[in-house]
Design a protein around this ligand. Structure first.
Ligand SMILES: CC(C)(COP(=O)(O)OP(=O)(O)OC[C@H]1O[C@@H](n2cnc3c(N)ncnc32)[C@H](O)[C@@H]1OP(=O)(O)O)[C@@H](O)C(=O)NCCC(=O)NCCS
Length: 163
């Protein structure tokens, strides 16, 4: 098994065969991810196994974002200028229903954090934002240090620090 994470390629990856059990996430991959990628709205990163390169095991969608200072917890406000903080948003994260519990969600999340760290070397990125669909999904993110924003418990952020 050789896993890799690459950008969605409509000619290579089987989008319609993917199902995570959440219709909104499946529909996004089936119907909108390609268009969003072409239009500069979000990029979709897919996890595949070289043994079956067309089969999508999981995906996440990333875009640029910002977070208002009032959304940050008090302890995260130190040394920040008085305008919104630059961010990367992982708008969607999903693992195929048959592949959940194998560490793939963690792998895709780690990929997004690494990308944010890498982008941070060429432009400002202070936090990674995620939108959890429910309290259970929020619990997944909290395991990795994500903190709820002050206004929406299902919107969480992770400070991205080079240190
Ligand atoms: C949530 C989701 C992305 C997690 O992916 P996964 O591949 O099943 O999770 P992993 O195997 O990487 O789990 C990593 C760790 O998180 C834990 N975990 C998984 N789902 C969790 C949840 N909902 N709440 C708390 N912890 C969770 C696992 O037990 C594991 O812990 P361990 O390392 O101590 O064993 C996946 O279950 C999924 O696609 N669910 C449907 C869509 C969804 O809810 N997306 C979330 C964003 S809205």
């Amino acid at each position: 098994m050789a896993l890799r994470i690459t950008l969605l390629d409509g000619k290579l990856h089987d989008r319609s065969g993917f199902s995570c059990g959440i219709a909104a996430l499946d529909d996004y991959l089936h119907q909108r991810a390609g268009q969003h990628q072409r239009d500069g709205i979000a990029t979709t990163h897919v996890l595949t196994d070289d043994a079956q390169p067309a089969r999508i095991l999981g995906f996440c969608a990333l875009s640029a974002a910002q977070l208002h200072l009032s959304e940050l917890q008090q302890g995260d406000l130190k040394r920040l200028p008085a305008y919104p903080v630059p961010a990367m948003r992982m708008g969607r994260l999903a693992v195929s229903a048959s592949e959940q519990g194998k560490g793939y969600g963690q792998l895709l999340l780690g990929h997004a954090v690494n990308l944010a760290l890498s982008v941070r070397q060429t432009m400002g990125v202070r936090v990674l934002i995620v939108d959890a669909k429910d309290a259970q999904a929020a619990a997944f993110y909290e395991r990795y240090g994500f903190r709820p924003t002050t206004s929406k418990a299902l919107s969480l952020y992770l400070p991205i620090s080079a240190a």
